[in-house]
Design a protein around this ligand. Structure first.
Ligand code: B12
Ligand code: SF4
Ligand code: SF4
Length: 318
């Protein structure tokens, strides 16, 4: 087997669903323009970190000196089908986005990418230079995934794999090791569909194709600090943490297999959470309950803010 095939084999053995390699050159000019326009238009909202390290985000060789290749992996996070209906409860509850019903994907993926890197070094030598990336590192993950042939960018702005759909977490190893690129044309697109645009509760998926993160429910309920203006709070509905409407309605998501990685912990009881229970949590219980969950990112006060918004919206619509 070639080095590349060995790495692919190990990637799958570590529990990832997708593997690809992209050349570590600057992202395509068209995508760089989409990104800089997005920043200029103010669509990053309060996410100041998106304005930092722009050159690194546009070019992996700035992120890692002499970078040659970007290994891109994907982890399918389609939640398992509920075996039975959850017991009926009259208590008002808030929805949790599917990805947050799992343990925190950042640490899960990072741990496995470091194992993959150890494996690569055991084959190619300890002097291999590399940078492991998951989400928070300034690299254009979707652009790299497209280049590696993992899928296409849908109108919902997700990287869509024709077989696995949109619920795919991405991770990368940027390295100075030269590996053959895997990209190629993807025979799938969004033509004739606009279900995600129609389903978006806030208009974050704009009809001009831009993404206004500042009104996306994920941003509002997770990233946004402070008081959410009433006109936006009203559109959050009963979404306590995150939103996935634009993913749920996507036809590419219809027959996708559930996440097959048994080590990626899934909490069946987290699809909906009792809102009064959230309001009565103290700091210690919050930390203990959500220690390994993406939910901890919003903090206790942020989660309580969201719970109050959901309660007001539920009461208003009753
Ligand atoms: C900031 C951020 C957010 C922000 C803004 C989202 C956004 N759409 O920009 C908020 C908080 C709202 C958010 C929400 C979510 N996020 Co987020 N987020 C990021 C982060 C850190 C940066 C994204 C970014 O650069 N945005 C700016 C825009 C301009 O860039 P972009 O969307 O990546 O687009 C690039 C290319 O796709 C291309 N492009 C864009 N549009 C088009 C159109 C066409 C036709 C073409 C050809 C190319 C193209 O150009 C851009 C520049 O390269 C990335 C991690 C990373 N380091 O990349 C994760 C990431 C994009 N998020 C992810 C996820 C899972 C989510 C959520 C689904 C969370 C959830 N609820 O489960 C939602 C989905 C919302 C959505 N529909 O996009 C995954 C996406 C995986 C995937 N399959 O696409 C990433 C890659 C994290 C990861 N490691 O898995 N996120
Ligand atoms: S996650 Fe929700 S609010 Fe954000 S773009 Fe998708 S449908 Fe719209
Ligand atoms: S819902 Fe339709 S338009 Fe939106 S991403 Fe999926 S296929 Fe494309």
């Amino acid at each position: 087997m070639s080095l590349s095939q060995d790495i692919k084999h190990k990637t799958i053995e570590l529990g990832f669903d997708l593997f690809g390699v992209a050349e570590a050159s600057p992202i395509d000019a068209e995508q760089a323009e989409i990104f800089t326009e997005w920043l200029k238009s103010g669509f990053a909202g309060q996410m100041a970190y998106m304005h930092r390290n722009l050159q690194k985000r546009l070019d992996p060789a700035v992120l890692l000196e002499n970078a040659q290749s970007v290994i891109v992996v994907g982890l399918n996070y389609t939640p398992p089908k509920q075996k039975s209906k959850p017991p009926y409860s009259a208590a008002p509850a808030g929805k949790i986005a599917g990805y947050a019903q799992y343990e925190d994907y950042h640490s899960f993926i990072k741990e496995r990418l470091y194992k993959l890197l150890d494996f690569i070094k055991s084959l190619a030598g300890p002097s291999v230079k590399a940078r492991v990336c998951v989400d928070s590192v300034p690299i254009a993950e979707r652009a790299m995934a497209v280049r590696a042939g993992l899928g296409f960018i849908g109108k919902n702005h997700m990287l869509i794999n024709p077989e696995l759909g949109c619920r795919i977490f991405l991770g990368e190893i940027v390295t100075d090791l030269k590996l053959p690129s895997t990209g190629g044309p993807i025979n799938a697109d969004c033509s004739g569909c606009r279900k995600c645009l129609d389903a978006c509760p806030t208009g974050a998926l704009r009809s001009d194709g831009q993404f206004d993160a500042g009104v996306c429910v994920n941003y509002l309920t997770i990233e946004y600090k402070g008081h959410i203006p009433p006109e936006l709070a009203g559109k959050i509905g009963d979404r306590l943490f995150g939103c996935e409407e634009c993913v749920d309605v996507c036809p590419y998501q219809k027959n996708t297999p559930a996440c097959g990685n048994r080590q990626f912990k899934f909490y069946r009881d987290r699809a909906r959470i009792d809102l009064q229970e959230i309001l009565s949590l103290d700091a210690e219980t919050f930390e203990a309950k959500f220690a390994d969950s993406p939910i901890k990112r919003v903090g206790l006060e942020g989660l309580k803010r969201n719970a109050r918004i959901c309660l007001a919206n539920i009461t208003h619509s009753a």
